[in-house]
Write a protein that binds this ligand. Structure first.
Ligand code: HEM
Length: 275
């Protein structure tokens, strides 16, 4: 690795430990797969099975499919891309719904109408309009990934700008999402009603809302992530009403994703009708 000697020793140790523990998990799943014992109800089993199939179909050519190093990287990517992003979306949602109790009440009302006290169902999740508007507005104001990096692979002209081959660019999601020319003078305010008629209407068909990136490398799990967030939020709303603790300090900061620098102390109150 270039510049390896500049990486702090502790980071190298953590990287080595993560690789070793992933290698251990992968080897176990691989053995189970070969012994016909794999459950195939998890992403790693599915990934390994499809990889084996591809290698077999190509006459056991070792140059096709993914090698162990690549499977490890894929596991790390899914863990990082999937864990922190969704949890930080929920954190900002709790913060904003605490600051805007009217929206919290509207969301709870909707969840109660759709699910009552029952566990959320797939069909019900697709009926949640207010909750979806809220999540979109949170993703607009606090997109967990602040931008999308791209590398230009051939000279290209976009409007008045020329990008030479090889140049690396960073498209700032957060700047576009907060741009008052695109979103109006209230761009920095929490107004889920912007999304009352969907994303296309809210953006006027422009590419001004892209919390999941865009193009061929758009987040592979965007629908899954929204479903996950809707399930979690619905269950929280069913059980609790919440408000911010007076100790909360609003200080969004960048630690890979946008996070509240001093945490999100939230006071929960049990909702009366919940058993
Ligand atoms: C609120 C939650 C999430 C947000 C905001 C988010 C956002 C993003 C963004 C901005 C990208 C880069 C897209 C681009 O370059 O155009 C991305 C890529 C990716 N995300 Fe997500 N993500 C979320 C949840 C998840 C979850 C739950 C998973 C997995 C279970 C996941 C897996 C991935 C993967 C594998 C990629 C790389 C796709 C590729 O390069 O082809 N993400 N995500």
């Amino acid at each position: 690795m270039r510049g390896q000697r500049l990486v702090p020793k502790r980071m190298m140790e953590i990287d080595r430990d993560i690789k070793a523990s992933l290698m251990d998990i992968i080897n176990k799943r691989d053995k189970a797969l070969k012994a016909g014992e794999a459950t195939k109800n998890n992403l790693l089993d599915i990934l390994l099975e499809s990889n084996h199939k591809e290698i077999e179909e190509q006459g056991n050519n070792k140059n096709v499919g993914m090698n162990l190093e690549e499977v490890i990287e894929e596991c790390k990517l899914f863990y990082f891309a999937g864990q922190d992003t969704t949890s930080v979306l929920l954190v900002w949602t709790m913060i904003l719904l605490s600051r805007y109790p009217d929206w919290q009440a509207r969301a709870r009302e909707e969840v109660s109408q759709v699910f009552g006290n029952q566990k959320p169902t797939f069909d019900g999740l697709n009926q949640l309009k207010i909750v979806t508007m809220i999540l979109y507005e949170v993703l607009r104001l606090y997109p967990p990934g602040v931008g999308v990096p791209r590398k230009v692979i051939k000279d290209v002209k976009l409007g008045n700008l020329s990008f030479p081959d090889g140049v690396e660019i960073f498209i700032s999601t957060i700047l576009v999402h907060h741009d008052s020319e695109l979103w109006g003078d209230d761009a920095k305010e929490f107004k889920p009603e912007r999304f009352s008629e969907g994303v296309l209407k809210a953006t006027n068909g422009r590419f001004s809302f892209f919390p999941f990136g865009g193009g061929p490398r758009i987040c592979i799990a965007q629908n899954f992530a929204l479903l996950e967030a809707k399930i979690a939020l619905s269950m929280i709303l069913q059980c609790f009403s919440f408000e911010l603790s007076p100790t909360y300090t609003h200080a969004p900061t960048l630690v890979m994703t946008i996070q509240p620098q001093y945490g999100a102390p939230v006071i929960l109150h049990k909702v009366d009708n919940y058993e």
